[in-house]
Design a protein around this ligand. Structure first.
Ligand code: T46
Length: 140
């Protein structure tokens, strides 16, 4: 499975405009326990800089655009989110950074778990250690 996993959601469009419906365990590959959104980001400010031990998320830029960097401890890739019909799946144990959020950016995030600060790894060196340990254990 690639580091950048995007999915294009079906949209219902007619002369009035467009509608996207997201359903747990269907369009979104997990039970959704939490929804949050990031908006009115100060220009030039980046966010993220952490990984999650267990949490899975789907991020959708429902307005504007932003650049997301994903890092699994071995490979670092980036992608732009700029389309309300495109979701980015962010698996657990992936370092993420959000950059270049446009003034009108609204980043909607669907999360598989309730908020728990203990699930965050906010130090990159700690993330690398945990990620390499997990990789070595699974390849034994
Ligand atoms: C992620 C990226 C994409 C809460 O109290 N509840 C929540 O559900 C969330 C998401 C955050 N918070 C608190 C924790 C911090 O005191 O809100 C504050 C800002 O959160 P944070 O600095 O973690 O925000 P970002 O934009 O760096 O990261 C967020 C999510 O936290 C994170 O899970 O993957 O967006």
């Amino acid at each position: 499975m690639g580091l950048v996993q995007c999915c294009d959601f079906p949209h219902l469009s007619d002369e009035r405009g467009s509608l996207v419906a997201l359903e747990a365990n269907k369009t979104i590959p997990f039970e959704i326990k939490r929804v949050y959104y990031i908006y009115h980001t100060e220009q030039g400010v980046s966010r993220g800089y952490h990984a999650h031990k267990d949490l899975k998320q789907v991020a959708i830029c429902v307005a504007g655009s932003c650049r997301i960097v994903l890092d699994d401890g071995h490979t670092r890739k980036e992608t732009w989110l700029d389309c309300p019909t495109r979701g980015l799946l962010i698996e657990s144990m992936i370092w993420r950074e959000m950059h270049d959020l446009s003034e009108d950016c609204v980043l909607l995030v669907l999360a598989s778990e309730h908020y728990d600060e203990r699930d965050y790894i906010r130090n990159y060196e700690d993330f690398l250690k945990l990620s390499h340990n997990a990789h070595n254990t699974s390849s034994r």
